[in-house]
Design a protein around this ligand. Structure first.
Ligand SMILES: [Fe+2]
Length: 197
C-alpha cells in the first residue's frame, strides 16, 4: 500500500549553496555522525548521475547500515531509492517497506533563499499501514533535525566567507558529488577567496 506525503519549508540560503551542501558528501560523516559515520561510494555511473552508496553506523558494538541508489537531476533535484539494509540479514523496516524520496530545491528570488520540498513515497504492507503517520512523523523529525545541523553550518560559513560564496565547496581538495554537473549549472561563483575580496 502506498503512502505519499510532502514536507516543505524555506531554507534561508541561496539555491546554489543549498544544492552544494546536499552534494557535499564530506560533511555527512562529521556533521551528521549521530545518524551514520561512514559514507562509501560502491558504484557510480556519472553520465547517468547515479551513485550507489552505503552508510553505516555502530549500534551496541555492531556495524549496521544501508545501501541506497542516489540520483542527481540538475540543477536542484535529488532522488533516493532502492534502500536496502546492510548486511541484508539485519532487522530493518526496509525489508518490508520501499522508500522513494524526491527532494526539489527551488529559488525564492525575493529573499534569495530556497524552498525545500521533500516528496516521499512509502510502499508498505497492509499490517504496517496503520502506523504510517507514526513513521511519517519519525521521518519528518529526522529530516528537520539534519537540516537544522546544515543550517547551522551554512550560517557559520556565511559569516566567514559570505552568504553567496560556494567556492569553499568547489576547492580541489573538497569531495562533492557530481561536481562537474553542479559547476555547469551554478558556476564557480560569485565571490572567490582572494585578497581582492
Ligand atoms: Fe547535511
Amino acid at each position: 500500500m502506498k503512502y505519499r506525503f510532502a514536507l516543505e519549508y524555506e531554507i534561508d540560503t541561496p539555491l546554489a549553496i543549498a544544492v552544494a551542501v546536499y552534494l557535499d558528501a564530506e560533511h555527512y560523516v562529521f556533521l551528521h555522525k549521530k545518524y551514520s559515520d561512514t559514507y562509501e561510494v560502491l558504484w557510480h555511473d556519472l553520465a547517468a548521475r547515479k551513485i550507489f552508496i552505503r552508510e553505516t553506523w555502530s549500534l551496541l558494538g555492531f556495524r549496521l547500515g544501508q545501501t541506497c541508489m542516489t540520483e542527481y537531476i540538475p540543477p536542484a533535484e535529488l532522488r533516493n531509492y532502492d534502500i536496502k539494509p546492510h548486511p541484508w540479514w539485519i532487522p530493518s523496516i526496509h525489508h518490508v517497506m520501499q522508500t522513494t524520496t524526491r527532494l526539489v530545491y527551488t529559488e525564492i528570488p525575493e529573499r534569495n533563499s530556497t524552498l525545500s520540498t521533500l516528496e516521499m513515497e512509502l510502499d508498505m504492507p497492509f499490517w504496517l499501514y496503520p502506523f504510517r503517520r507514526w513513521i511519517r512523523k519519525a521521518i519528518e523529525r529526522l529530516k528537520i533535525e539534519k537540516d537544522q545541523q546544515d543550517i547551522d553550518m551554512i550560517e557559520r560559513r556565511a559569516r566567514l566567507f559570505g552568504r553567496e560564496n560556494n567556492s569553499i565547496y568547489l576547492a580541489d581538495h573538497q569531495f562533492i558529488l557530481h561536481k562537474q554537473d553542479y559547476l555547469r549549472h551554478f558556476g564557480p561563483n560569485s565571490k572567490r577567496l582572494t585578497p581582492a575580496d
